[in-house]
Design a protein around this ligand. Structure first.
Ligand code: TXA
Ligand code: MG
Length: 327
């Protein structure tokens, strides 16, 4: 059931549900999350079960403020302190060594834990109310079934999990793709997942270059190749290749959707075109809901024009590459 997250009585009800070990879906500025109290392994197990996600994949623990980091972290490396001071609340997750005896299921059994303080007012209100009800943090992966596109609207969550689940409506998510994740447990910070913050912005605050993920990074579903997949077959192509492919497809009965900066020349019957915005942040904002809308229309193929190879597009390029790698 979808309830208005701006209603204080709804927040109270959701905080009580979390305290009782139940699941609540909440809006954040990035995507909607499927939350459970992070300090209760049985509650967290319900997330893995609902998503169909392997239990050794770590989740992000959401906290009301920077002080709560101490509850979950065994140690806060200086680089993490700088990132938190600058980017929280906001779309950045830090991975730090985990405090013994807490959030073991949420961390997927790892000795580290992912922490994030979201800026969305509904998420913040819920985290504050939950803390007052004795919940120190809320473990929440994106509120989609394993391997599927993250939800950016309350209705997307209800489509994934049905009417039983309490979903707090906070409107469409501003950012639209998941948070940037920086692993602060190693000698140098590692960018595990790019988001809308650019590498340069994070590096300026970290005070050193970000390393790329390597084979030492823990297994994590958000970073598997075949992730963020729409049902339709998605292909990513440079502009000229897209034009050629469209000419070759002319007359075919396949249901095709095109998401590109230039309007395709010559229209194919039954083809849907959606103009891709000029700015990376605008594409991030709408990307997942555009892909979901194509799926809902029963499109079989989605052809996407490759975004520019410039730094501000890193997060969007990453999600599109994974969506295209899914089959
Ligand atoms: O924007 C977001 O981060 C959203 C919203 C709901 O906050 N959450 C999200 O969660 O994207 P999820 O579970 O779909 O992705 C969490 C990712 C994992 O796939 C993994 O890559 C990383 O966070 N992660 C979490 N804890 C980790 C840990 N201890 N070590 C390494 N990676 C970790
Ligand atoms: Mg996810």
């Amino acid at each position: 059931m979808i309830l208005d997250g701006r209603d204080p009585s709804v927040i109270e009800r959701a905080a009580s549900a979390l305290a009782a070990g139940e699941l609540v879906a909440l809006p954040t500025e990035t995507v909607y999350g499927l939350g459970a109290r992070a300090d209760d392994d049985a509650a967290v197990a319900k997330i893995f079960e609902a998503k169909g996600r392997p239990a050794d994949h770590p989740l992000i623990v959401h906290v009301a403020d920077a002080e709560s980091v101490r509850i979950f972290a065994a140690e806060v490396p200086p680089v993490a302190v700088r990132l938190v001071a600058h980017f929280w609340p906001g779309p950045l997750t830090i991975i730090v060594p985990r405090a013994a005896g807490i959030a073991s299921a949420a961390a997927g059994g790892q000795t580290s834990v992912g922490l994030r303080c979201p800026s969305h007012p509904v998420a913040h209100a819920l985290l504050v109310a939950a803390r007052e009800a004795g919940v120190p943090g809320v473990a929440a992966p994106s509120a989609n079934r394993f391997g599927r596109i993250s939800p950016t609207r309350a209705s997307h969550v209800a489509d994934e999990f049905g009417d039983e689940l309490l979903v707090l409506d906070g409107g469409p998510c501003d950012v639209g793709i998941e948070s940037s994740i920086v692993d602060c447990t190693r000698q140098h910070p590692v960018l595990l997942r790019p988001g809308v913050l650019t590498r340069a912005e994070i590096e300026a605050v970290a005070g050193e270059p970000l390393l790329d993920r390597d084979e030492n990074a823990p297994k994590a579903s958000g970073t598997l190749e075949a992730h963020y997949a729409p049902r339709a077959l998605l292909r990513l192509m440079p502009r000229t290749q897209l034009q050629t492919a469209l000419q070759m497809l002319a007359g075919s009965p396949l249901k095709l959707a095109v998401y590109s900066r230039v309007a395709p020349s010559g229209t194919t019957e039954g083809m849907r075109h959606r103009a891709m915005p000029e700015r990376a942040t605008d594409v991030a904002h709408e990307l997942f809901s555009v892909l979901r809308a194509f799926d809902d229309e029963g499109v079989q193929l989605i052809w996407v024009e490759e975004p520019p190879a410039t730094p501000e597009w890193e997060g969007v390029r990453d999600r599109l590459r994974r969506a295209a790698a899914s089959r």
